[in-house]
Design a protein around this ligand. Structure first.
Ligand code: SF4
Length: 353
């Protein structure tokens, strides 16, 4: 196994100083901004995150503002990013921080809801410039290839542990060689994202190629090892889409239900709606949507209501379907758009946009 020398982190740091992409949290890397960005970046690409990050920070410019916000408001700013438990944990953690202050060590960060090893390492190194390692998918790929680390007898857990150890070596050797932890860790991530790509690594442009184990041995395609993905679980559900005066009815998912706290189409015809005599539009819309490892197969029954007769009761709301002002799940947008397209083709009800 290759021993790290000071030249490798220096070469990587130099490469990063020329190739780092603009990201709003990099321009002002406070602990709050880096933390929010890292939570948003879990399972989501940088280009997708940037507008959400900017909107979120505009609405909640400080951890105190976030702590004081209603959960619904937080979820609505998250709407469209998916994985809503991230937003709920972020909100809970903000309340802890508002009470006891911003954590200053990895151990303290790890005590917060929703903060795992990766996030703690990222915030500590990028925002606080502490000598702490990180390991996300990009770093994992770079280190696995560079050091030719595969899954050995100790399985996936052993593989990850080995890479965490190597990541720590990189940041420590880097710091001793004058490369700041925030630069070194972001450089590893950026190299994985821009050069050491999953399918077609651009080794010819890589600042580490002269020492890279997999490149030198011509076995780049064998690293990192392929890990089996979690099986996709099919979930079937029927929801009801009520049109009334250009709006659609949504219902808040309750505690204990899947996607709790989000608004979505009702799962049944509410008794108060039955009294308004809804008319079936004779339509069933079929959509399919993947959320983490669930494939949601959704049948949407379409109804028309002549009038809403006042505001909806608690737990329900009438919303403009194209721009829902409440936090709705991603499946909502898909089936509503499909319903709109189908109905407008058939001269269906006119909707407010
Ligand atoms: S030389 Fe190729 S495989 Fe090795 S770290 Fe660079 S891009 Fe990745």
């Amino acid at each position: 196994m290759l021993k790290l020398n000071a030249e490798l982190p220096r070469a990587l740091g130099l490469w990063f100083s020329h190739h780092a992409r603009y990201m709003p949290w990099r321009a002002e890397p406070t602990a709050y901004r880096v933390w929010v960005s890292e939570i948003m970046l879990q399972q989501t690409q940088v280009v997708t995150v940037i507008p959400y990050f900017e909107r979120f920070l505009k609405r909640f410019p400080s951890v105190e503002k976030l702590a004081r916000a209603d959960e619904e408001d937080v979820l609505s700013m998250w709407s469209g990013l998916g994985y809503y438990s991230r937003a709920r944990n972020l909100h809970k953690a903000a309340r802890v921080i508002a009470e006891s202050g911003m954590p200053t060590t990895r151990t303290e960060w790890l005590e917060l809801p929703g903060v795992g090893e990766y996030t703690a390492g990222a915030v500590c190194s990028i925002a606080l410039n502490l000598v702490e390692p990180i390991l996300d998918g990009n770093v994992e790929r770079v280190l696995s290839r560079f050091h030719r680390v595969g899954v050995g007898k100790k399985g996936l857990a052993g593989f990850k542990l080995r890479l965490w150890g190597l990541s720590r070596q990189w940041v420590e050797v880097g710091a001793a060689a004058g490369v700041e932890p925030r630069a070194l860790n972001q450089a590893l991530m950026e190299l994985g994202a821009l050069v050491c790509e999953p399918r077609a690594p651009r080794c010819a442009s890589c600042p580490l190629r002269a020492s890279c184990g997999a490149f030198r041995a011509g076995v780049v395609d064998r690293f990192p090892p392929v890990v089996k993905r979690a099986k996709v679980i099919d979930v079937s559900e029927t929801v009801h889409l009520f049109f009334c005066e250009g709006r659609v009815l949504v219902q808040k998912r309750e505690k204990g239900q899947w996607r709790a706290g989000l608004w979505d189409l009702p799962l049944a015809v509410p008794s108060w709606v039955k009294k308004l005599r809804p008319q079936s539009a004779g339509e069933e819309i079929h959509t399919q949507h993947i959320v983490t490892h669930h494939r949601i197969k959704r049948t949407t029954r379409v109804w028309k209501l002549a009038r809403a007769s006042g505001p909806a009761p608690a737990g329900y709301a009438w919303v403009t379907p194209l721009k829902p002002e409440l936090a709705t799940g991603a499946a909502f947008g898909k089936c509503v758009r499909k319903a709109l397209a189908t109905l407008s083709l058939k001269g269906g009800p006119k909707l407010v946009s």
